[in-house]
Design a protein around this ligand. Structure first.
Ligand code: KIV
Length: 289
């Protein structure tokens, strides 16, 4: 029903998107697209796409560093990735994850880390859950750094959750997630990621708060969707079942590697058009004349 409206918004040439623009996404017919990105070359591609905003996720620990969970992301790691992404991005909002435990020590320590991420190029930070770090969320927001919440399956809590499974399936846990979403809104968060919860619960939360919800594995009734870049591009053999693969990137890249290898082995490289040596010989001959 809203396809025309959505297209109009997507086609509209925008200046730099602002955090305050997120409130507009509660309007009918508007949806936010967000993708994770961790490095300069991919950030350049996202910058030149219609995607609305970028998340330098702590999933970098897994996607870029090969760890088995996000608890291995450190402040140093996040700063390194945010700075690389920032060098490529001029027109999109960059949100950066606060790494494991960085918002649990004290509100002051949390503000310090959030400030470092902002100085590295983040327009906003994201942090998981809310119980026990309400004061940290409040202080970061009061310091002028916008905060995105993250509820449902919160990967930094994976050991306590007992694995990557859907959250909020029973009434009690569903009610708790709704309550936490309202607390995050009250604290001043501008948006909330809802990860791996039933679609009906995501819809209930989306209706209950006036800030934008962005879903991943949470059905279609959220104000936007986020994907991990490696899942969207098909760079992993076993992506989560809820993650849509838009291209078989892994297969395409593997084919390019193998084509290169074959051409080297068969002496087909460089081709004339790539042969600098031939070009410079020609130039030397020309300059002698
Ligand atoms: O770090 C990340 O990639 C995330 C997304 C799953 C939302 O937090």
């Amino acid at each position: 029903m809203f396809t025309g409206l959505l297209k109009k918004h997507a086609d509209k040439k925008r200046g730099k998107m602002k955090i305050t623009d997120f409130y507009d996404y509660k309007k009918p017919g508007r949806k936010i697209s967000m993708i994770t990105v961790y490095d300069y070359s991919m950030a350049r591609l996202v910058e030149n796409s219609n995607i609305d905003c970028l998340l330098v996720g702590d999933s970098a620990a897994m996607t870029m560093h090969g760890f088995d969970s996000t608890i291995h992301a450190t402040e140093e790691m996040m700063l390194f990735h945010v700075a690389a992404v920032k060098r490529a991005v001029k027109t999109k909002v960059i949100i950066a994850d606060m790494p494991f435990l960085s918002f649990r020590k004290s509100p002051e320590a949390a503000v310090e880390t959030a400030g470092n991420l902002a100085r590295a190029g983040a327009d906003a930070i994201k942090l998981e859950n809310v119980d026990g770090h309400e004061e940290a969320v409040k202080k970061i927001i009061e310091s002028g750094i916008p905060v995105m919440g993250h509820l449902g399956l919160t990967p930094q809590y994976i050991k306590a959750l007992g694995g990557y499974k859907i959250q909020g399936k029973d009434e009690k846990t569903a009610e708790k997630i709704i309550k936490d979403a309202k607390i995050l809104e009250k604290l001043g968060c501008f948006s909330i990621v809802l990860e791996c919860i039933p679609g009906a619960l995501a819809q209930k939360i989306t209706d209950a708060v006036n800030i934008a919800t962005i879903g991943i594995g949470a059905g279609s009734h959220t104000d936007g969707q986020v994907l991990v870049l490696q899942d969207a591009l098909g760079l992993y053999e076993n992506p989560p079942s809820f993650a849509k693969k838009y291209i078989e990137g892994g297969e395409l890249i593997k084919k390019a590697f193998n084509d290169f290898n074959t051409e080297v082995k068969e002496g087909l490289l460089p081709e004339n058009k790539n042969d600098n040596n031939k070009k410079s010989q020609k130039m030397a001959v020309c300059s002698k004349k």
